[in-house]
Write a protein that binds this ligand. Structure first.
Ligand code: IVH
Length: 707
């Protein structure tokens, strides 16, 4: 018998006979089991509500509360329950949908051909069953099938519609029949061509997965944390969150990529195989993962490739959660057909989850440069698909409360790529009663200083600005790669300099001389010389790096660049009032407030003064792409643009190092003229300025963006 339970364990037993046959012909048993039926209905309602909620958390809010495995389990319970009591299946049951309904803020886009999902298989046996079933039950053949194996990237499924070779609409999968309009955001991806290379069909729907490379994901999370924003739990959420931005400029910064793996409508298309159609997509300039797409013969070929791919999983630049196996011949695909949610001709051959059970042995406390005290899980070491894990991130204190995690608990940890593992679940049922709840610290674990937690915040902070842990972290941040980039000052060296009493603030770094350095371990003439040189060189870093390096709350590297570009000196920024700050694109109230706090703080004022005395007072020139495709060029944009707004076109020019001017003169290098261009076009023609159509401009800038 199978135990089914929703949120609060609504236990309901399904009899094996019922599960296999459903209710038909089981009248006797059903009438005697009327109570079971009522319980089943209640359980069904609860499971539906739970799954709807998790669908929304996952697909709409990008904030899943449970792991994929846990979701799968709930989903399977629902399907089993509906198999046993088919009359409980309602049209809006989560079992009848592929994903979640589209978010309200984006307009709906119907998919002309439904975007299906894939049935999963999790073992060689299950794959062999799939292969046998389609050969014997549906195709009535003994001989091996030609399959295509593709990587199953863990990202977001999208559809791109090209009309006459021009990208007109891009949408998410949504519930499979209707998705969300994300055209503007998709246009910011360098790997999505705005136009196709001929020959192309008059109408083409391309499907693919938008994803983020692991190194970009990690950088994004560091930037999010630096800017005081929520970090993403995994690359999939980062990709989804980045695509579903109302401001496409945000998407543009997120290094998203696409791999195309299929099609919807393909007008006048005639091919024989799936692989051939992928090759044609690549010929049109679409990004297809052809190097990793192989055609194999029969189930043996698939299993062989699966084993090979599994060994390479950790070395890939992106996260894959399995392999997609597709019947290659399109005639056979058609013969096999599709079910309501999934095709019969393809299957997702999943990799084992990177999840393991272990025990939470303790909680470590880390004090950051702003005094933030964050918890780290100390785990009984466990091997998670080849890597020993003994530390895991718990993100914040809310997470501890949400998971109700206690020292001594059995927990499930999950690893995605080489990202720090997460504790995703507490196995409450394994508690013995000896587990210890975790209290938010009331004194700093490093300096025993007072800890304060603002009501609106989830993070407790050490308020002692002389806390040694904060000092170390502040200096580490100041010298880091994206900040002042001082080589040769790692954590060890910083610790020594603090212990020797030579450094208390970042300004002290600029007062160091050779004698001071000689007091450090293993520090000879050559190393000391080099270190002093790299400290001196850092004085000429641009203002944005200093601003970032000062560790002002909510000022990540991107915000620092915007501020530096706008104010060009620290003095000017310090004078800026909140109103003028908020008016700047992408600067909000939080940043304005935190800058005001920073400049009003006498300790920081003294620090800035000391830095100035040491010659650290950089300025910033307008930040543009050095050696960009349009460096030094002046462009004027006129008329109506069809594929992007005027503002987007101007931003693009500036990103590539050019300047977007308002009027045409002899100095103008290019005029981009859309339909309806008037006097500016006449003037440009008279002056012999090169004239570009929107299409020419897009093609030209595409090259620059790819560079
Ligand atoms: S084919 C009918 N190919 O996996 C074919 N999907 O549950 C449907 N995915 O929604 C998709 N890599 O988001 C296909 N090479 C690949 C894929 C892939 C990732 C995702 C996609 C899809 C989900 C299937």
């Amino acid at each position: 018998m199978l135990d089914l339970y929703g949120e609060d364990r609504c236990a309901i037993k399904i009899h094996p006979e019922q599960r296999q046959t459903g209710t038909t012909g089981q009248e006797d048993m059903l009438s005697t089991n009327q109570t079971d039926r009522t319980e089943a209905a209640a359980c069904h309602a609860r499971l539906c509500a739970e799954l709807h909620r998790h669908n929304r958390l996952y697909h709409v809010l990008d904030r899943p509360e449970i792991s994929d495995a846990e979701y799968d389990r709930l989903f399977r319970e629902l399907v089993e329950l509906e198999n046993a009591w088919p009359e409980l299946t309602t049209p809006d049951s989560p079992s009848q949908k592929v994903g979640a309904a589209p978010a309200e803020k984006f307009s709906p886009v119907p998919h002309a051909v439904p975007m299906l999902s894939l049935k999963n298989v999790k073992s060689a046996e299950e794959f062999l069953d799939f292969d046998t079933s389609i050969r014997k039950n549906f195709l009535a053949r003994e001989d091996a099938i030609d399959y295509v194996c593709e990587m199953k990237l863990d990202g977001v499924a999208v559809e791109l519609t090209y009309k006459q070779g021009i990208l007109t609409v891009a949408s998410t999968r949504g519930d499979g029949s209707t998705g969300e309009d994300i055209t503007e955001n998709i246009r910011t991806l360098a790997s999505v061509p705005p136009t196709l290379a001929p020959p192309f069909p008059p109408l083409l729907d391309v499907r693919g997965e938008v994803y983020i490379d692991l190194k970009d994901f990690q950088q994004l999370n560091r930037d999010q944390e630096d800017a005081g924003e929520r970090s993403f739990a995994n690359p999939r959420n980062a990709a989804a969150g980045s695509l579903r931005q109302l401001n496409s400029a945000v998407t543009a910064r997120r290094s998203l990529k696409i791999f195309c793996y299929g099609t919807g409508r393909w007008q006048n298309g005639r091919h024989h195989s799936h692989l051939e159609s992928l090759q044609q997509l690549a010929n049109m300039g679409l990004r297809v993962n052809l190097e990793e797409t192989v055609s194999v013969r029969g189930a043996e070929g698939v299993l062989d490739h699966y084993r090979k791919l599994l060994t390479r999983r950790d070395a890939l630049p992106f996260e894959i959660d399995g392999m997609v196996v597709k019947v290659n011949t399109l005639d056979l695909q058609q013969e096999l057909g599709t079910l309501s949610r999934t095709p019969r001709w393809a299957v997702a051959f999943k990799f084992p989850p990177r999840q393991e059970e272990t025990v939470l042995e303790g909680i470590g406390l880390q004090v950051g440069r702003t005094g933030a005290i964050t918890p780290v899980a100390h785990l009984k070491p466990v091997n998670v698909s080849g890597v020993t894990v003994s530390r895991a991130s718990l993100h914040n204190w809310d997470e501890i409360a949400r998971l109700d995690i206690r020292v001594g608990d059995h927990v499930v940890v999950e690893r995605a790529g080489d990202v720090i593992p997460d504790v995703v679940k507490v196995l409450v049922e394994r508690r013995t009663g000896t587990e210890q709840p975790i209290a938010i610290p009331t004194v700093c674990p490093e300096c025993a200083g007072p800890v304060r937690k603002a009501e609106t915040e989830v993070i407790p902070r050490c308020t002692n600005s002389h806390c040694p842990a904060q000092t170390i972290e502040r200096i580490k941040h100041f010298v880091s790669r994206n900040a002042m980039d001082i080589d040769g000052l790692g954590e060890k060296q910083i610790l020594q300099l603090i212990a020797l009493g030579k450094v208390k603030t970042v300004a002290d770094l600029y007062r160091l001389d050779k004698e001071d350095l000689f007091a450090m371990e293993r520090m000879g003439e050559v190393l000391a010389e080099k270190l002093l040189q790299s400290i001196a060189q850092s004085k000429s870093r641009p203002l944005s790096r200093l601003l970032f390096g000062l560790g002002i709350r909510h000022v990540g590297i991107h915000t620092a660049k915007i501020l530096a570009k706008r104010f060009t000196s620290l003095g000017a920024l310090a004078q800026a009032d909140a109103d003028s700050l908020i008016k700047i694109h992408e600067i909000g109230g939080k940043v304005a407030e935190s800058l005001a706090d920073f400049f009003a703080d006498p300790v920081q004022g003294q620090l800035l003064e000391q830095l100035r005395e040491q010659g650290v007072n950089p300025t910033e020139e307008a930040v543009v792409q050095q050696n960009g495709l349009l460096t030094g060029k002046i462009l004027v944009i006129t008329g109506a643009l069809e594929q992007m707004s005027r503002k987007e076109a101007e931003d693009l020019v500036e990103r590539l190092g050019g300047r977007a001017a308002g009027s045409v003169s002899k100095k103008t290098d290019y005029l981009v003229a859309g339909p309806g261009a008037g006097s500016k076009l006449d003037k440009a023609q008279k002056l012999g300025v090169s004239i570009l159509s929107e299409e020419d401009f897009l093609q030209m800038t595409q090259r620059g963006e790819d560079a």
